[in-house]
Design a protein around this ligand. Structure first.
Ligand SMILES: [Zn+2]
Length: 338
């Protein structure tokens, strides 16, 4: 199956955390964490619609300024999510600049900031460029099961973890993945085209099997079409399989409650991006600083049965030992006999 979501760390494993997730068929992206994004190309920054910030330690949030700088003057909206206290911090970030001329702009760049709290009530505010980024309160959102974003094909879920401050772990979950059998298209004499996306959408929306569906394409300057019952196309052309799952966990101390939540969040993930800040030989230091060791991270990955483990967020105390951090995490992931 061709994965729809393409996750990529913006920086090397010693750099600030930011996981850029691009959509295969759309000029759109999401991001988990907002550390230094100087190396992320402008056009890629401009594809972002949602950014989910684990917590506001500087290495996870300092990319806010670049995001703001590049979006300013554009007709664009970005939704930011973060932990308790986040909306106030976004307001302070914006409050650090002078906005006496922006009401003249033709565009109205808009930020919405929301914060997840343990009671599941998310406070939200909006900040519009034309209103000089003055805070406008929005109706609070009721978050159930940690679901921050729920769209037709996917959802983003968060869980609150303990880093001496609340720190969010995230998972991007594709609901179903719809594959097209290319050879069967040929057998039906149907060319590819935008109608295939419409077909997938109809299937994801659970529309009834007897609904007439129009396959259309352009041929010799004319629009051609053929009508089928949706159920027939579904059966003959498509294969619906489990969707992709990408989990992201940084900056957490190792204790039972965190471990339980991380394993639930990352269960069977195709990718787990997880901090491996310290080596196990420095486990005491890791605990003191509320971080994981590589061994602990790998063990969590094994318990969650993830398919791929990507260790990152290495401490600067190990400039030449990145390979060891990685090996320690992967050994624990594969288990003693693996
Ligand atoms: Zn950090």
């Amino acid at each position: 199956m061709k994965p729809i979501f393409q996750p990529q760390l913006v920086n090397d494993p010693y750099g600030d955390p930011a996981l850029y997730i691009e959509f295969l068929f759309e000029k759109r992206a999401l991001m988990f964490d907002l550390g230094d994004i100087a190396s992320l190309a402008t056009r890629r920054v401009l594809r972002l619609t949602h950014v989910f910030v684990s917590h506001t330690h500087m290495d996870h949030f300092m990319g806010f300024d670049r995001l703001l700088r590049l979006c300013l003057g554009r007709e664009k909206s970005i939704h930011l999510w973060g932990p308790p206290g986040f909306v106030e911090q976004v307001a302070h970030k914006l409050g650090a600049y002078t906005w006496n001329l922006v009401h003249n702009y033709e565009t109205d760049f808009t930020l919405v900031a929301s914060e997840l709290t343990p009671d599941g009530i998310a406070q939200q505010s909006r900040f519009r460029c034309k209103a000089a980024f003055q805070r406008e309160e929005l109706e609070p959102l009721h978050v159930s099961d940690g679901i921050l974003l729920d769209e037709l094909g996917f959802r983003v879920r968060a869980t609150i973890l303990d880093h001496k401050v609340p720190c969010l772990g995230f998972a991007l979950e594709e609901k179903h993945h719809v594959n097209v059998w290319k050879n069967r298209l040929d057998e039906l004499g149907l060319p590819t085209g935008p109608w295939l996306k419409e077909l997938k959408t109809a299937v994801l929306r659970n529309e009834p099997d007897d609904r007439p569906f129009c396959a259309w394409w352009r041929e010799g300057g004319e629009t051609r079409e053929r009508i089928f019952p949706l159920g027939q196309l579904k059966q003959e052309l498509l294969r619906v399989v489990a969707g992709q799952r990408i989990a992201y966990v940084v900056d957490v101390v190792h204790h039972d409650e965190n471990a339980r939540r991380i394993v639930a969040l990352a269960r069977n993930a195709d990718f787990l991006f997880i901090e491996t800040t310290f080596l196990e030989e420095d486990a005491a230091l890791a605990a003191e600083k509320y971080h994981l060791t590589a061994h602990q991270a790998g063990t969590l990955a094994r318990q969650a049965a993830v398919k791929r483990l990507i260790p990152f967020h290495f401490s600067a105390r190990y400039p030449d030992r990145g390979a060891e951090l990685e090996a320690e995490a992967k050994a624990a992931w594969k288990g003693a006999g693996g």
